[in-house]
Design a protein around this ligand. Structure first.
Ligand code: CP
Ligand code: NVA
Length: 306
C-alpha cells in the first residue's frame, strides 16, 4: 500500500494485518514508541474534526514522530497556491500527508503530485480510516469480521460508502437501509460488490425497513454531512423512520450499536441507545488512535512492523 485514498488499496490480508497490529499497539504501545522517530506528517484539514485530528496527531507522537496541523478551513487549499504546489512543498519537509478534504479529487491530486504517502482522513466520498477502526471494534466485540451482518441506517454518505468497501473486502454482510434517492454512491457500491466477490461478501441497499431482522451490528451517522448546508430539521421527516431507537434495536436483534460520531442525539440516534448497554461508540472513537498508529507505521516504516 502506497497511499490510503479509498480503502480499495488493501486486500483482506492487508485489512486483517492492520487490525491485528492495531490490537498489538493497543495492548503494548510502549514497544512501538520509536517506530517513526524523526518522521513527520502534515495534517491538512479543510473541515472541522475532533476525533480524526486528535488521533492522527497523537498517533504520530506515540510512534516517536510529529504531526503538523494545517488549518485549511478558510479555503486556502488550491487558492493561496495550487494543490500540486502544496504537495510539492510539503513533500520536501514531511513523510506523509493526511488530508480531510471537500473533494476526493484533491487527495488524488496530492498523491499524484507529491512524493510521500497520502492518507484520506475523510472526503466527500470516503472515510476509510474510520471504518478500519470500526471493523477493529467489531472484531473486539464479536470476535470476527467475516460473515458479520452489519445494517447501516440513514444517509448513504462517505461513511456508508466506506463501510461497503471495507465490509466487502473483509467478507462481511453489509446492508444500507436508506430513504429512496439517499443511497450510497452507485459506482462505489458496484466496485465494492466486485471486490467482495472473492471473499463471500454480501452487499445490499434497500429503503425497506421490514427487512431489518437478524443483524449483528446497527450503524448510523449524521443525516447531514459537513459541506451540506441543509438544516438538520429539514431532513427530519424523510430520515426519522431510520432513527436508531430502543424499539428498532430490539426488533433488529443487534448485539452492538455503532456511530462514527459526532452524534446528533434525538435525530439519527436516541440518548437511550447511545448511552445504553449495546452502544460501542466510544470504543470506536478510542480505536481511531490505535488503527491510525498501525496505518502510519505500515505506510512509513513497513520493514519495522510488516
Ligand atoms: N468520526 C470522525 O471522523 O470524527 P471527527 O469529525 O471529529 O474527526
Ligand atoms: N458523514 C459525516 C462524517 C463525519 C465524521 C460527514 O462527512 O460530515
Amino acid at each position: 500500500m502506497q497511499h490510503l485514498l479509498t480503502g480499495f488499496e488493501l486486500d483482506q490480508d492487508g485489512y486483517l494485518k492492520l487490525i491485528s497490529l492495531a490490537q498489538s499497539m493497543k495492548a503494548d504501545p510502549k514497544s512501538y514508541r520509536d517506530c517513526l522517530q524523526g518522521m513527520s506528517a502534515a495534517l491538512m484539514f479543510e473541515k472541522p474534526s475532533l476525533r480524526t485530528r486528535t488521533t492522527f496527531e497523537l498517533a504520530m507522537f506515540n510512534l516517536g514522530g510529529h504531526g503538523v496541523y494545517l488549518d485549511l478551513g478558510k479555503g486556502d487549499l488550491g487558492v493561496r497556491e495550487t494543490v500540486p504546489d502544496y504537495a510539492r512543498n510539503l513533500s520536501r519537509w514531511v513523510d506523509c500527508l493526511v488530508g480531510r478534504v471537500f473533494k476526493q479529487s484533491t487527495l488524488e491530486e496530492l498523491a499524484v503530485t507529491g512524493s510521500v504517502p497520502v492518507v484520506n482522513a475523510l472526503s466527500d466520498l470516503y472515510h476509510p480510516a474510520q471504518v478500519m477502526a470500526d471493523f477493529m471494534t467489531i472484531k473486539e466485540h464479536l470476535g470476527k469480521t467475516a460473515g458479520v451482518k452489519v445494517a447501516y441506517l440513514g444517509d448513504g454518505n462517505n461513511v456508508a460508502n466506506s463501510l461497503l468497501v471495507a465490509g466487502a473486502i473483509l467478507g462481511a454482510e453489509v446492508t444500507c437501509f436508506c430513504p429512496l434517492n439517499c443511497g450510497p454512491d452507485v459506482q462505489i457500491f458496484c466496485k465494492a460488490v466486485e471486490a467482495g466477490a472473492a471473499y463471500g461478501a454480501k452487499l445490499k441497499v434497500t429503503h425497506d425497513l421490514s427487512e431489518l431482522k437478524n443483524y449483528d451490528v446497527l450503524y448510523t451517522d449524521t443525516w447531514v454531512s459537513m459541506g451540506d448546508d441543509t438544516p438538520l430539521d429539514a431532513v427530519k421527516k424523510v430520515f426519522m423512520p431510520y432513527q436508531i431507537n430502543d424499539a428498532l434495536v430490539q426488533s433488529s436483534g443487534a448485539q452492538i450499536v455503532m456511530h462514527c460520531l459526532p452524534a446528533h442525539r434525538g435525530y439519527e440516534i436516541t440518548d437511550e441507545v447511545m448511552d445504553g448497554p449495546k452502544s460501542v461508540v466510544f470504543d470506536e472513537a478510542e480505536n481511531r488512535l490505535h488503527i491510525h498508529m498501525a496505518l502510519l507505521a505500515t505506510l512509513l516504516n513497513p520493514s519495522r512492523v510488516c
